[in-house]
Design a protein around this ligand. Structure first.
Ligand code: PEP
Ligand code: MN
Length: 270
């Protein structure tokens, strides 16, 4: 891989991306929440449940990149106001996906972290725009992207002056059809060799299957991930998006319990 630039690891120094009290790159950061913000009642219930279950940050989409233009597209501004309320109520920072360059600036008033989704990883105008903002960015891996292409996209953001970038492995398209994507966990230790940026894993979009989320979350942490992001819904069967890969609050707190045991075990190894 060619020497990419600002994102490249040059010594043993690792970057820490701070979002309030949450520090990516130190310990394990757990992000949880609904795929989509659907209503105030739904989001507040899930936000409180995931806080109780051990989440450090809340996720929720208000601009949804859907395959079909007839599928639920997200609540937009109304959803952002709900996320802001969830943050006030729980004290947890929130992350939400930005789809359009025109939304970067005003959306930053409502969220703590701007997510660039897999489908927009190489949207260079969007990368430059979030690079000019001073908000931390969660940059997901494009579903057809190599590590080099992904790191070059992170470079676009750093080059504009924003070094608060967290990378998120979320699976890539392969010939396998059983899972929604193939979660490339080798990306985690590989990125640790290549870049100083923190790396988290999304086993929900990475597998698309509820039964695989806990084992792949544990595997991600064993591989050295700095965090995980999962989808939680109080009524997964009636979720407006991604119900098949959404955990119930009980399943989520079962997972966080296992993750803390694994972390303690791993600390003993060092
Ligand atoms: C999401 O996190 O809601 C999402 C759409 O993920 P991805 O961009 O990884 O598909
Ligand atoms: Mn989703």
């Amino acid at each position: 891989m060619n020497d990419i630039g600002l994102v490249t690891k040059k010594n043993s120094r690792r970057s820490v991306v701070a979002v309030g009290n949450v520090r990516f790159g130190e310990g394990l950061v757990i992000i949880a929440g609904p795929c989509s913000v659907e209503s105030e009642e739904q989001t507040m219930a899930i936000a409180k449940a995931v806080k109780e279950g051990g989440a450090h940050m809340i996720r929720g989409g208000v601009f949804k990149p859907r395959t079909s233009p007839y599928a639920f597209q997200g609540l937009g501004l109304k959803g952002l106001k709900i996320l802001k309320k969830a943050r006030e109520e729980t004290g947890l920072p929130v992350v939400s996906e930005v789809l359009d360059t025109r939304d970067v600036s005003w959306m930053s008033e409502y969220v703590d972290v701007l997510q660039i989704g897999a489908r927009n990883m190489q949207n260079f105008s969007l990368l430059k725009e979030v690079g000019k903002s001073r908000k931390p960015v969660l940059l997901k891996r494009g579903m057809y992207s190599t590590l080099s292409e992904w790191l070059n996209c992170a470079e676009y953001i750093l080059k504009e002056g924003n070094s608060q970038v967290v990378l998120c492995e979320r699976g890539i398209r392969t010939f396998e059809t059983y899972t929604r994507n193939t979660l490339d966990l080798s990306a985690v230790p590989a990125l640790k060799e290549l870049t100083h940026l923190p790396v988290i894993v999304d086993p929900a979009h990475g597998t698309g299957k509820l039964s695989l989320i806990s084992p792949m979350s544990l595997a991600a942490v064993a591989a050295g991930a700095d965090g995980i992001i999962v989808e939680v819904h109080d009524h997964p069967e009636s979720a407006l998006s991604d119900g098949d890969q959404s955990m119930t609050p009980d399943q989520f707190s079962g997972l966080t319990g296992k993750l803390s045991s694994l972390r303690s075990f791993m600390e003993g190894l060092n």
